[in-house]
Design a protein around this ligand. Structure first.
Ligand SMILES: *Cc1c(COP(=O)(O)O)cnc(C)c1O
Length: 240
């Protein structure tokens, strides 16, 4: 538990250094502490250091943790969202990072309108085209963005990607760079309801490079909370 506090200090410092190395203002990058698989006590420990941004990848785990923790926490959903779980999660999270299909977007829109909400989302893009990962292809995003922009219950805030797992983060620099280029193209379309303010990219192993390439939200789990007790495969489906 003491380690969590020390890890947060260390990570926040590394984020700052990564920003400064490319002349970015450190306040333009937010750290999302990915607490999946860790108990509420671990989250409370992180919260007590003054950290209030947390992310979970499963709706069920998220919904069971929220009532046990301070209401000031800002929660994000970063994992695959099934359409039948949409109604459980909207209104509870500040941002859904993992909108990976038109059908899911339609369901979020529908549930949002029912409850008079505007739901903040990111479009998940499978830049590297990995078969095991969810997400729109870059081409599909460009094809669908206009239709998405016409859904009044959605507030499209930017893009998210999960880079391929690698020991050498330099290898995935082009993935981050391409996400930023894609966001720029979309921004230039000037569609109502579509903003490209957020780039959610970078995890424990590659966040320095992601920040150098323009990340505004980094999703960091194991370097804060420790290693999770399952084999790393498809990160999106871990723990299921
Ligand atoms: C688990 C997870 C992370 C955090 O991974 P770490 O390597 O532990 O930092 C980030 N993004 C998504 C979508 C995840 O599922």
């Amino acid at each position: 538990m003491e380690e969590i506090a020390a890890n947060l200090v260390r990570i926040k410092n590394e984020i700052k250094q990564a920003c400064l190395s490319v002349g970015r203002d450190p306040s333009t990058v937010r750290l999302l502490a990915v607490s999946k698989s860790f108990p509420v006590e671990a989250i409370k420990t992180a919260y007590d250091t003054g950290h209030y941004l947390f992310a979970e990848n499963r709706v069920q785990e998220l919904c069971s943790k929220i009532p046990l923790l301070p209401g000031l926490i800002e929660w994000h959903l970063i994992g695959t969202l099934q359409r039948n779980k949409v109604k459980d999660v909207i209104g509870k999270v500040a941002l859904i990072h993992s909108v990976d299909s038109l059908r899911l977007a339609e369901e979020i829109n529908k549930q949002a309108l029912k409850r008079n909400l505007s739901v903040n989302i990111l479009l998940q893009v499978n830049i590297a085209g990995e078969e095991t990962k969810h997400g729109f292809s870059s081409q599909a995003v460009l094809e669908k963005i206009e239709e998405l922009s016409r859904m009044p219950g959605l507030n499209i805030r930017g893009l998210m990607t999960i880079a391929p797992f690698t020991d050498n983060p330099e290898e995935v620099r082009p993935v981050f760079r391409q996400l930023k280029v894609l966001a720029k193209h979309i921004e230039e379309l000037g569609l109502p309801g579509v903003q490209m303010k957020e780039l959610s990219m970078g995890m424990s192993g590659d966040f320095h490079v992601a920040i150098e390439e323009g990340a505004t939200l980094v999703r960091i789990g194991s370097r804060i909370f420790g290693t999770r007790n399952y084999v790393r495969g498809n990160v999106e489906n871990e723990g299921i």
